[in-house]
Structure formats: structure tokens, C-alpha cells
Ligand binder design. Sequence first.
Ligand code: NAD
Length: 264
Amino acid sequence: MGLLTGKTALIFGVANDHSIAWGIAQAFHREGATLGFSYAGEKLERRVRPLAESLGSTFVEPCDVGQDDDIAAVVEKTRAAFGEIDILVHSIAFAGRDDLAGPYYSVSRAGFALAMDISVYSFTALAKAYLPIMKPGGAMLTMTYLGSVRAVQHYNVMGVAKAALEASVRYLALDLGTHAKKIRVNSISAGPIRTLAVAGIAGSRQMITEFAKASLLRRNITIEDVGNAAAYLCSDLAGGVTGEIHYVDAGYNVAGFPSPDEAA
Ligand code: NAD
């Protein structure tokens, strides 16, 4: 028996085999879950479908989370394919490349609104749309980053968006925890991992190198690390855990003054 045997999970946010959502999908599959996938747009289908099929999933449906009609359509397809689901994973963020370089204050009104819409509101929109077909005791999960609570150069509007996303997690955990279905809502704050989304942030390569030197485990984070934590958070083992920001960052967020490695 796996941790997720008998559970069905819908995963939003696989773009390729470097995506955090793909690490989550692999861990869920290993733990016995039945999987469905939703991807951003037609162009990604040729990458996402073979990945999904490699985990035995034929549910691979497009959804631009900026479009209410797309969300309604994918929920209906989910209902038709699975009836109810146990787990919803939101691993999606977007901001314009120009807004992930230079000073934060140069962000435009439109750039700010776009980052908030796709990176924050979409989780609330998916939670609302999926609630009618969530099984009682189910779990929802989203992905965040330390730039929500610290000023990280170039992370800019995405840091503001992640702060709002983390607040959304707490409000959704309240709403859905007190709902008759008792759904848990959590987030994982991952250390930096080289993915498509991160490639758009100025200086990300150096950030990843420096991270490994300063984290308590002196290493970078992998999508497998995140997938394993996600499997726990979405399993019954975490039945008493909701509204949390769970750090999967090799201890980076609790490190004090960076200390040079001492000779053993
Ligand atoms: P990624 O590029 O692989 O995933 C981002 C996903 O968002 C892609 O699948 C993309 O298609 C999807 N997306 C963007 N706009 C969309 C839209 N309008 N509709 C539907 N989907 C849309 O990168 P990733 O690093 O795996 O990012 C996944 C999540 O993890 C994001 O929320 C990101 O902020 C977060 N995160 C990443 C890191 C990291 O270092 N990679 C660290 C902490 C948190």
C-alpha cells in the first residue's frame, strides 16, 4: 500500500520533466495515486501527454487558469472522468520577464495585475471550482517561495504575489476546513530549482549556486524533494495539518549568518 493508494489527484502546472509539478506527479504515482493532468496551452500538449502516459494517465486537458471558461470546462471533464477527486495541486505562476529584473517599483499596473491573477487568484478560482467535486477529507496544495517574506533581488512582483498566495492558503484553509467536507489546504515553500519559470528571473543561476553554499544541508533542492513532501502533505498522514507554509529548502530559511564549512 502506498501513502496515496485509492486517491485521485489533479495536477496543474507540468510544463516539462523539470517542472516541480512533475516531481509531485512522480511521487504521487509511486505512492499509488491515480493522476490527471492539466496544462497551460495547446503548445505544451506534446510535452505533457507523453509524461502523463508514462505514469499511466490519459487525462491530459488544457486550461489557461486566467480564463474562467477554461476552468469550468476542465472541472466538468474531471467530473466526467473521475467523478470526485481527493487532491488538487496548483503549481503555477507567471509574471512578465521585464518585471523579474531591475527594481521592483518599475512594475506596471498591468504587470502587477497579471502576476496576481495567474499566480494568486488562480488557486482560489480552482479551489472554488473544484470544491463541488472534492471528496470529504481531501487536500489542496500550492507552491510558494521565500521571496514572500524576504526581499529577494529580482523576485520583485512575484514576491508580492507569493505573500498574497500564502495569505490565500490561510483563508482557504479556514473556509474549507470549516466546510462540511473538511478539506485541508497547504503550501510548500521550495528552495530554488532550475525550471522554466525560474529561468525567467534575472540572476537565478547565481542564486541557485549561492543557495547551496548557505543552506544548512549545503545542497540544492530537487523536484524529488518537493514531490516527497507533497505526497506526505496530501496523504492522510498529514490529516492534522492545514493552512501551513511547509519549507522544503534544506533549512535555508532558518540559517543565520552564513558560516564557512569547518574541516571535519
Ligand atoms: P514551471 O515553468 O515548470 O511551471 C510553471 C507552470 O505554470 C508551467 O507549467 C506553466 O505552463 C504554468 N502556467 C503559467 N501560466 C499559466 C496559465 N495562465 N494557465 C495555466 N498554467 C500556467 O516552473 P516551476 O518552477 O515548476 O513552477 C511551479 C511553481 O513552483 C510556481 O508557482 C513557482 O513559483 C513555484 N516555485 C518554484 C521554485 C523554483 O525554484 N523553481 C521555488 C519555489 C516555488
